[in-house]
Every structure is written in structure tokens, then in C-alpha cells.
Design a protein around this ligand. Structure first.
Ligand code: NJP
Length: 241
């Protein structure tokens, strides 16, 4: 319906599917991630299918990259209706592995990345007197399992930040947080622990749902009439305990 939607982590998995579905439904897209070749390819595919999308290299650990993403939306499309903060890292491993660099990377991307998006878009939403934050959290925010402590911690933080944002946002700004269960993406292969990676990959191949399931949940939240704010959506495979 012509909404201008910026998406972080749009180069693969859930973010890519959100982009494809929203483009099909008429949104004008600004796509961000670090892998520009994949973004350029996605923009081409969307264009060939009759949609509208542009892209810019965006590393969510850099506040200025989020500002540039939002600025591109305003320059090209005259404003920003929705920021989908979807970029995330799942470098999961047992705490005993002491992968401190990976813990830090997850905090930087999953938590600070979301904060940088809020910092870039909130002033614009205030000025426009409208806007919608959609953020990809995780069911790990509800259930901590071994090897997932730090990842879950980042997603608990995301949930808290988004709930605080909702409370402070006021009637003109909507806040939706999506909590996916196991989704079939590259996520399971990101662990540097061989045993964990093998376990997650096997589980993924057995029970994971396709990423378009999450895209439909996002579209549902975006398509609500004025005054209706869908705040938290949990989407799990039926086989996930
Ligand atoms: O994984 P994947 P998903 N700056 O690896 C981007 C959550 N989730 O789609 O920069 C900017 O295909 C990366 O782009 P690139 C998960 O926590 C998933 O599953 O080009 N972008 C890529 O586009 C995450 O929040 C599952 O490498 C950065 C994207 O993030 C979201 O879903 C379960 C970046 C990751 O795509 C999407 O993950 C769950 C950076 N610094 C929650 N670093 C699941 N799949 O089972 C990474 O509960 N990205």
C-alpha cells in the first residue's frame, strides 16, 4: 500500500522474506545489511517483479549506518513509515567455550543494533507524528536452553527495550516485536561449536518453519488500521517444545 519500510538484515533469511512479501504487497523498501551483493540481487528481483526497493550497505553496529538508512528512505521516498530491526547474530555456544568475541558481537548486533535503529528513526517518527517499529526478537527471550545463554540474554534485552519503547512511544508510534521459534535460515550454522552446530542443524532440518511464516506475521502487524497496535507476536513450529 505504498508504505515506506526500511529493513535491517535484509540480505538473507527472515529479512529477505519480509522484503519479498512486503514488496509484493506494495511497500517501498529500503534494504540494509553488510552483504551488498545480496542486497543488490534482491533489489533487482523485486524490481523485475514490479516492486520498488533500494539498498545501502548497513552495519547495525554503527549508529551512523542506521542514520544513513533512514536518510535514504526520506530522500528517495519522502519519509519512513516502518523500521524493521531484524539484523541478528546467533553465534551460540556453551559458556565454557569462552567465546568472548562472539558474546560481544551478539550484544553489538542484537542489542546495540536495535538501539541504533531506535535512535535513528524515533526523531523522524516524532516529526512525522507517525511510525512503526518492528523488531525481530526470539523465543529464546522466554526460554533459555544450554548454549543459548548469551543469545537469549540479548533477546531478553530486546524484549525489554521494545516494551519500554511501546510505553513511551505514545499514540502516534506503533511497536511490534516478533518472537520466532526455529526458522529455516543460515542461523543454525552460525555456531562455532561443532557439536552445537550439528545439533542445531539437525533440529532445523527436522522442525524449522520457513521464513515466510515470520514475514506474514510482520505483514499482519503492518496492515492493521489506525489505532490498532499489535505488540508481541510469537511464531513457533508446531513441533517445537
Ligand atoms: O538469520 P540469517 P535469520 N549489520 O543469518 C544480518 C532472529 N531469529 O534470518 O550483514 C547488519 O539468515 C545479516 O546480513 P549481513 C535472529 O536472531 C532467528 O534467521 O549481510 N546486518 C543477515 O541479513 C535475527 O535477529 C531464528 O551478514 C547484520 C541477517 O542479519 C533474525 O531472526 C530464531 C549484521 C541474519 O540473517 C534474522 O535471522 C529466532 C550487522 N552487523 C530468532 N550482522 C531462526 N532462524 O531460527 C548480521 O528465535 N546481520
Amino acid at each position: 500500500d505504498g508504505k515506506v519500510v526500511a529493513i535491517t538484515g535484509a540480505s538473507s533469511g527472515i529479512g529477505e522474506e519480509i522484503a519479498l512479501l512486503l514488496a509484493e504487497r506494495g511497500a517501498r523498501l529500503v534494504l540494509g545489511a553488510r552483504r551488498e551483493d545480496r542486497l543488490a540481487d534482491l533489489v533487482t528481483r523485486i524490481g523485475k517483479a514490479g516492486g520498488t526497493a533500494v539498498h545501502v550497505r548497513t552495519d547495525v553496529t554503527r549508529a551512523q549506518d542506521l542514520r544513513a538508512l533512514v536518510a535514504l528512505a526520506r530522500d528517495r521516498f519522502g519519509g519512513l513509515d516502518v523500521l524493521v530491526g531484524n539484523a541478528g547474530l546467533g553465534m551460540v555456544s556453551p559458556l565454557d567455550d569462552l567465546r568472548v568475541d562472539e558474546w560481544t558481537a551478539m550484544v553489538d548486533v542484537n542489542v546495540k543494533g536495535v538501539l541504533h535503529g531506535i535512535a535513528a528513526a524515533l526523531p523522524v517518527f516524532r516529526e512525522q507524528r507517525s511510525g512503526h517499529f518492528v523488531t525481530t526478537a526470539s523465543t529464546a527471550a522466554f526460554t533459555v536452553v544450554p548454549a543459548m545463554a548469551v543469545y537469549a540474554g540479548t533477546k531478553v534485552a530486546v524484549r525489554a527495550i521494545c516494551e519500554g519503547l511501546r510505553q513511551e512511544a505514545g499514540p502516534e508510534v506503533r511497536v511490534t516485536t516478533v518472537f520466532p521459534g526455529f526458522v529455516h535460515t543460515g542461523f543454525a550454522a552460525a555456531s562455532s561449536n561443532d557439536e552445537v552446530r550439528a545439533r542445531l542443524t539437525a533440529m532445523r532440518d527436522e522442525i524449522a518453519i520457513p521464513p515466510d511464516a515470520i514475514a506474514r506475521a510482520v505483514a499482519f502487524a503492518l496492515e492493521q488500521p489506525d489505532g490498532v497496535d499489535v505488540n508481541e507476536i510469537v511464531v513457533r513450529p508446531t513441533a517445537q517444545s
